[in-house]
Design a protein around this ligand. Sequence first.
Ligand SMILES: [Fe+2]
Length: 249
Amino acid sequence: MLYGVFSDVHANLEALEVVLDFFRASRTEGHICCGDVVGYGPDPEECLAKVRRLKNISIVCGNHDLAAVGRLDVEWFNPYARAATLWTRAALGGESRRFLEGLTARLETREFTVVHGTPRRPADEYLLSVAQFKVNMSKVSVWPLFMGHSHMPLCFHCSAEGRIEPIFIDDRQCVTGEVAAFGTVPVAFNPGAVGQPRDHDKRASCALWDSEARSFRVFRLAYDVAVTQAKIRSHGLPEYLALRLAYGQ
Ligand SMILES: [Fe+2]
């Protein structure tokens, strides 16, 4: 089955639309969302409406989704994230709130596991190092693991010899074959961020997962950043949240 994999939309409607158009053109049959649909960006309601309508979707909540409905304290958020969270809380309607309240932080199907951060701390730990991957391996029984949160398209793979390799995935790069040969081989994929990339590439990031070929390919898609920036400014959200989109930071 071909899955569209995406994460960290962060209420960026323009970025989400190009990603969903791409999934439609690719004829995806299922969808995997690793959380943080809202937070930072200016269109939480519109983004949630589009995500809710996706067919066959496996979705978990991220730390910003939790904070938006009061399930996570914003005390530890930076000032920009905190300001955006308080604005998002006021902007969400009842249906969106109920949807976010119903999401779990971890999801396991017969084919894969989904978290936002890491299996041991699904909402808030960033999986960026080999050491973190190692300590989290015992917490997963169905591989591959799909995660988000770091806003970086990457893969961690444990080879048959037990060697772990982190791979930062470029646009159109496919991670397959040896890397994801069998469902029992520990491998974790991050599709990057749709709405707030942080790898110096401002284009929206997403991926296609072919569960039969066991291939994971990342795609970077250009969108009209200026439109999103104008909305951020018109809502009085922090200027930094508009500026960072132009730099992929
Ligand atoms: Fe995020």
